[in-house]
Ligand binder design. Sequence first.
Ligand SMILES: [Zn+2]
Ligand SMILES: [Zn+2]
Length: 138
Amino acid sequence: MSSTTGSCLCEQISVAVTKEALGAADKTAVCRCKNCRQSGGSLASIVLIAPESSVKITGQPKIYQDTNTNSGKPVQRAFCGNCGSPIYTASHTMPGMLMIKLGLFDEIPKPAMELFCKARPTWDKAIDGAKQFDTVPK
Ligand SMILES: [Zn+2]
Ligand SMILES: [Zn+2]
């Protein structure tokens, strides 16, 4: 199956996602929660929510167990232990799915959703055309 590959900054870890999964435009989200900001040192994270079966990870990411979450359930944050790039997040609230960090890829699809909008800085704008959620959709 044809896929698109992204990698961390130092290229020790690569992530191949099937074109089919990457093309699921309604599965892309910008997450503005504070945990995503801190783990990326940035304004937000941008992710593709993809079934594990459509993702192939090469290399050995480190896993940080993030227990200070909004849901109260731990979230696994995978990152490169060499360069620190966030790779994916996995949550018990979404079994079998990985939230792949789209910043690893050359082409970034437009996000369909914007999550935890309450945490958006007042000087920043909502993403035009993206569905806005105060937290995460049920
Ligand atoms: Zn790396
Ligand atoms: Zn988040």
